[in-house]
Design a protein. Structure first.
Length: 339
């Protein structure tokens, strides 16, 4: 990898100071800022629950902040978040216009500057069997968008077909093993180009159903996903893939977490249009994926030419193996690396 997380402009320390601390209540922001001197890199989540301890989560463990401002692994006597802290923080996150974020809120989250997603919990208001709003919000889960430039470079040689084409690829990964981070970096590389590999940039279309890849805010990607990349934010994959092909003529479609009803048909639509696809699925290996009907059909149809399996043996993003889709055998020399 060319750059470390610490050197990235979107590292958790940089993002905290620039994007997150300014939109937290003064009490909570000051408590976190004081705790940062002890080093929590890379910070992944900040959990605010009304009348419950403030929790900071990095890859290794969760931390509480004691009444003395020191980090602790035990919740007893730690800093408590108030309902007022949550109200003030949400107001600042929504730029004092919570109604402007209603479409996101009914999906359970909002996206703030820097591409960080804030999950919401509270009282759900239903209308006609669908979620209309979330009120009396009592919990915020701030998931830091830690962009790691170059984290996909170890698998790129197995992705490139030639200087302007790639293999249709499925990334298989358990939760919290870096698949979204790697997909984001692949989008950036394909959309911008990679001189190290003689790859010319191509038009990329991202279908970002859960606003995690590009992390758009008011339509503008907060993450760097490439100079030739277009994004359909908050759009279901089975609707967004054919829509992107019709409207933006991409050479590659990138999306996350296939496996829902309709995904197989949408992927076939992409391939029938002569467009390549890079996507992902939850799992520990290919055998586990075969228990999911939509994904099994795609495997049986030999849609994917490369299967990339991630793990966390050497930390998040460990490249366990790369499998050739035509032979279903591991490619020699691929595996056991981490970003």
């Amino acid at each position: 990898m060319r750059n470390s997380a610490e050197n990235s402009p979107n590292s958790s320390a940089s993002s905290l100071k620039k994007h997150i601390l300014p939109v937290l209540s003064k009490r909570v922001g000051s408590a976190i800022e004081g705790a940062l001197i002890y080093g929590l890199e890379p910070l992944e989540e900040i959990r605010l629950r009304a009348e419950k301890p403030l929790i900071l989560q990095n890859y290794y463990k969760e931390w509480f902040i004691g009444a003395d401002g020191l980090l602790s692994s035990k919740p007893s006597g730690s800093f408590l978040v108030s309902q007022e802290d949550i109200r003030l923080s949400l107001e600042m996150m929504s730029e004092n216009s919570i109604y402007a974020y209603q479409d996101e809120i009914r999906n359970g989250y909002i996206t703030i500057k820097g591409g960080h997603r804030v999950g919401l919990s509270g009282r759900v208001v239903l209308e006609g069997g669908a979620v209309r709003n979330i009120k009396d919000i009592s919990g915020l889960n701030i998931r830091l968008s830690n962009q790691i430039p170059g984290c996909s470079f170890k698998l790129l040689p197995y992705l490139f077909r030639n200087s302007s084409d790639i293999y249709n690829t499925l990334i298989i990964s358990p939760p919290q093993c870096g698949k979204t981070t790697i997909l984001r970096d692949i989008a950036k590389t394909l959309g911008t180009g990679a001189s190290e590999y003689g790859f010319k940039g191509v038009k990329v279309g991202i279908i970002d159903e859960r606003s995690e890849l590009a992390a758009c805010m008011k339509g503008i990607p907060q993450n760097d996903v490439g100079i030739r990349t277009d994004v359909l934010d908050g759009c279901p994959k089975n609707i967004g893939m054919p829509m992107m092909i019709r409207s933006m003529s991409p050479a590659v479609i990138i999306t996350d977490e296939i496996g829902n009803d309709g995904d197989r048909e949408a992927v076939q639509c992409v391939l029938n249009a002569g467009v390549r696809i890079v996507t992902s699925a939850h799992g520990y290996n290919i055998s586990e994926l075969k228990s999911r009907r939509e994904v099994l059909k795609l495997i049986e149809d030999k849609v994917f030419e490369r299967y990339v399996v991630l793990g966390n043996r050497n930390g998040p993003g460990t490249l366990v193996e790369v499998i050739d889709g035509s032979t279903m055998k591991p490619i020699t020399g691929a595996g056991v690396n981490a970003f």
